[in-house]
Ligand binder design. Structure first.
Ligand code: FCB
Length: 452
């Protein structure tokens, strides 16, 4: 991959409209640190990280990138990239330590400062309410498996919207309900570490329901910003044309893609998956599906790779002939174009944003620089795939790189680095990598094409 010629930022910039949104993304637990400061409550990730063996390097988000204290310098970094958007999340237990009852003013103040700091730098704030860090106190009452959490989330959404809504460009309810439901409650490799498929299915339903009810409540209050949700989606491809491989790929597409996009954009769960779930099918109350299908202003898509299935399961990505990232994920930019075009073909889409795309690679510091050509190539080739989708008519409005900083990569800990800015965790020193310089050059070329 590193042998390929670098993609020319100027040629690529010409393929996007001038009002396109360009951003970088982060999430609260992965960067903030200050986990026990200023009245923040525990989240399910604080507790999960204490379980022996849960995190590869036995680390946690207690300090992370110390962004809670370094946010101004970090926003300066964002500003120097030349992006016009920044996607971040609010840690619910920082603003409402128990997930119900009292609000924590010091926590709310932090996000007020952050949003104002973005606006002062001319960067549009894109806020996510739930990037996985549910207050632990709610987990102790049943967490997302308990229908009451839906209503607690709607209250939280309302409070954030009242405090910040008029200053935001967009508000996202949930990041990746699939990951929270399935990795958190079926495989148990993410917080809260539950292993029960029936629970996972009900969690996914409650996440979707709370999303729809929150949108309704925010609209009833007249919130000004765009409202949406972020899904992790991928093309699911059969390993061969055999009946068995096709059937498996179709079912896995149902579980990952249609299970979320169908209810959101069509108002119903895909029947083939409902049937396959049998007794684990979700418990749906009258009115739930209508709420979930509350119209979206935008759909956020996080894309990293495709998955190929044969009848027995996912095929080893290493056998597919393409390079792999440090996560073991296949580098497959074509999949982003395929995915976006398929969504456009199959669904009545609202505005679409690629809300995350990026890669972990084992970076090396050479003379105080990080020449991360593999990551640069990864990002550039995916932006190019996004341009293909745009040219094919997909209503794509923006693209955000995951991530601004190296950060706490969940169960993988700190060893996997996704940042376009390197973080030395011993000193908290930030060093923009070659990928950051490429992105800055690309955004400069975008602005030059505006001026031309
Ligand atoms: C996504 C998450 C994000 C980050 C990337 C690599 O699933 O939304 O927080 O961990 O993967």
């Amino acid at each position: 991959m590193q042998q390929q010629p670098p993609i020319d930022p100027r040629a690529l910039a010409r393929r996007f409209p001038q009002d396109f949104t360009w951003g970088v993304a982060t999430s609260a637990y992965q960067i903030e640190g200050a986990a026990h400061e200023d009245g923040r409550g525990d989240s399910i990730w604080d507790v999960f990280c204490r379980q022996p063996g849960a995190i590869a390097d036995a680390s946690n988000g207690d300090v992370a990138c110390d962004h809670y204290h370094r946010w101004q310098a970090d926003l300066d970094l964002v500003g120097r990239l030349g992006v016009n958007a920044y996607r971040f999340s609010v840690a619910w237990p920082r603003v409402q330590p128990l997930g119900h009852g009292a609000w924590n003013q010091r926590g709310l103040d932090f996000y007020e400062r952050l949003v104002d700091g973005l606006l002062q730098r001319g960067i549009a704030p894109h806020l996510t309410l739930n990037h996985w860090d549910l207050p632990q106190a709610l987990q102790e009452r049943g967490g997302w498996a308990d229908r009451d959490t839906v209503h607690r989330f709607v209250d939280y959404a309302g409070e954030i919207a009242r405090r910040l809504g008029s200053r935001l460009r967009s508000l996202t309810t949930h990041n990746e309900p699939f990951v929270q439901a399935v990795l958190g409650h079926e495989s148990g490799i993410f917080a809260p570490g539950i292993r029960d498929r029936g629970v996972a299915v009900q969690v996914a339903h409650h996440l979707l329901l709370s999303h729809g009810l929150a949108l309704r409540a925010l609209r009833a209050e007249g919130v000004a910003c765009d409202l949406g949700i972020v899904l992790n989606l991928a093309p699911i491809q059969p390993a061969s044309g055999s009946e068995a491989d096709l059937a498996r790929a179709r079912l896995e597409d149902g579980r990952l893609v249609r299970w979320y996009v169908d209810p959101l954009l069509r108002g119903s769960y895909p029947q083939d998956v409902v049937q396959a779930l049998g007794a684990d099918a979700p418990k749906v109350q009258p009115g739930d599906m209508e709420a979930i299908a509350e119209p979206l202003d935008f759909l956020g898509v996080n894309y990293y790779s495709r998955t190929v299935f044969n009848a027995d399961g996912a095929v080893d990505p290493g056998s597919l002939g393409n390079p792999l990232t440090d996560m073991g994920w296949e580098v497959y930019p074509q999949g982003l174009a395929d995915l976006l075009m398929r969504l456009h073909r199959d669904y009545p889409l609202p505005d679409v944003y690629v809300t995350e795309n990026g890669a972990a690679f084992p970076d090396q510091m050479v003379d105080a620089r990080v020449p991360d050509h593999a990551r640069t190539q990864y990002i550039a080739s995916h932006i190019s795939a996004a341009a293909d989708a745009l040219a094919a008519g997909v209503p794509l409005r923006g693209f955000m790189v995951w991530s601004l900083l190296d950060n706490f990569e969940w169960a993988s800990g700190y060893a996997k680095r996704f940042g376009i800015v390197h973080v030395d965790y011993a000193t908290q020193r930030r060093t923009p990598k070659a990928s950051a310089a490429w992105y800055r050059d690309f955004l400069l070329a975008m602005r030059a094409s505006v001026a031309a």
